[in-house]
Design a binder for this molecule. Structure first.
Ligand code: ATP
Length: 454
């Protein structure tokens, strides 16, 4: 097998996602809408896996974190108190020549509208305005009247829904700091620089966890969460060479942050933030205490009062999915054919196994394949595929990252065994039909490392 070592481009991932039904441009029949995508069947399955793996690691497998699902539209005073109305802005520049708009701090990621395309500001014709601040929150109106009094926002982060519920949860969750509140849900940002596929969306699904700690323990917990989150990606097979931790300089931190480290992934567009882990200090609870008049503080049984500091790992499912897809995408030549394969961690892969009758019109094979499919599907996302040549069916499964295929063939009719084909090594072995279920259960809990690891 020969590896084809071309550098991966975003277009390659976009086209695989389109071809195999992971992701479509949203409202495509009307020409789409910038930086908004719809997830198809395999995209939804992959997202569900990422969400539940995150939730498992953050909530189910821990004693110190509880879940929350707050509303998307909150009282607009929340966003005044949090500083988003005044400060959730990006610097924007316009080009008077090509009439395009760019994020002033990310010109190196943008393309100028002139040909040959360069970065904005690089051609002699570029005529950029001075930067001005642009608020990223989407506005809407609540109720029948559309005036100042009904103005509201679609949340740009899920975190504020957690902070404003601090008292409710702290009273009821029977937890004391350090403890966390985790939330998954849609967030919305009117991003200036669209493009780069799932990396920068105007509507994305965030997974945030606010970990409330005694102030003296904040640095320690910040370091803990940076490493815990890094390890989560490595355990899910992300290659270590493509993941790094980068600490923010003081001038790039958000208005609320005392310290932030990004987990960066080497996307086809270069090293970019995959997940941020911030020490938000006491900023949010203090702000909401001041603005709402409700004391958001912790009172120890001995009467000591303090405002906890907050450590926040924040990420979107969309950016994780893009990182996993880029990391997994591989092309190789097998025999004289090119094979495209997604080497996804089996727990991330949308489909865990394919059940393939070699000759679908053979009654014995068809019946056994169908019975195996029915046996596996209550516990696992599996696919029964009887259309086309077996080689084509394998290639289809390789492209969606299905780790194993069970093929029912002539020998099955003689000895009730099936072939299991491994997506990565292409090795084939035989298993008794009656043992497939246990084999798959077991395979899915094994450690997995990418065969592409250096
Ligand atoms: P960037 O600097 O890339 O705009 P940010 O620092 O504003 O990101 P945060 O506010 O820290 O991002 O958001 C936390 C996480 O939410 C990010 O690490 C990323 O995973 C995700 N995220 C933020 N904005 C977007 C977006 N527009 N599309 C997809 N995911 C996003």
């Amino acid at each position: 097998m020969a590896e084809t070592a071309k550098p991966l481009t975003m277009d390659t991932i976009v086209s695989l996602c389109r071809r195999r039904g992971f992701v479509f441009p949203s409202s495509e029949i009307y020409g789409g809408i910038g930086s908004t995508y719809d997830y198809g069947h395999y995209g939804v399955l992959t997202k569900n896996n990422i969400r539940s793996l995150w939730f498992g690691a953050m909530v189910q497998e821990r004693d110190d974190i509880v879940a929350l699902d707050s509303a998307i539209i909150l009282n607009p005073r929340v966003w005044e108190a949090s500083g988003h109305v005044a400060g959730f802005t990006d610097p924007l520049v316009d080009c008077r020549t090509c009439k395009l708009r760019f994020r002033a701090d990310q010109l190196e990621l943008a393309s100028c509208g002139r040909k040959p395309s360069k970065h904005p500001g690089e051609t002699p014709d570029c005529d950029l305005t001075e930067p001005r601040q642009f608020n990223l929150m989407f506005e809407t109106h609540v109720g029948a009247l559309q005036d100042e009094s009904s103005l509201a926002y679609l949340r740009p982060e899920t975190a504020q829904g957690i902070f404003v519920n601090f008292k409710n949860v702290a009273q009821l969750a029977r937890r004391k700091p350090p403890f966390g509140i985790a939330q998954v849900g849609k967030s919305f940002r009117n991003e200036i620089t669209p493009g780069n596929f799932l990396f920068r969306l105007r509507e994305f699904e965030q997974m945030e966890m606010e970990f409330f700690v005694p102030p003296g323990e904040a640095d320690e917990w910040h370091a803990y969460w940076i490493e815990a989150r890094r390890q989560w990606y490595l355990d899910l097979g992300l290659r270590e060479v493509n993941l790094r931790v980068r600490e923010h300089d003081a001038n790039e931190r958000s208005h609320y942050s005392l310290a932030t480290s990004d987990l960066e992934y080497l996307y086809p567009i270069g090293w970019q933030e995959l997940e941020g882990v911030a020490n938000r200090g006491e900023y949010d609870l203090t702000q909401h205490t001041r603005e709402s008049g409700t004391k958001l503080e912790w009172i120890d049984p001995d009467g000591t009062r303090y405002t906890p500091y907050v450590i926040e790992p924040a990420v979107s499912i969309d950016r994780i999915m893009l990182a996993f897809l880029c990391d997994a995408y591989d092309e190789e030549v097998v025999g004289d054919r090119k094979r495209v394969v997604l080497r996804l961690h089996p727990r991330v892969a949308p489909v865990k196994a394919a059940i393939l009758p070699l000759i679908p019109r053979d009654e014995g094979m068809a019946t056994r394949a169908r019975a195996l499919y029915e046996e596996l599907r209550p516990d696992h996302q599996v696919e029964h595929d009887e259309s086309g040549q077996i080689g084509r069916r394998y290639r289809r499964q390789d492209e969606i990252g299905t780790p194993w295929a069970f093929t029912v063939d002539e020998q099955t009719l003689e000895d009730e065994t099936v072939t299991v084909r491994d997506r990565d090594s292409l090795a084939q072995e035989r298993l008794p039909l009656s043992g497939v279920r246990e084999w798959l259960d077991d395979a899915l809990v094994q450690e997995w490392r990418s065969p592409r690891s250096p």
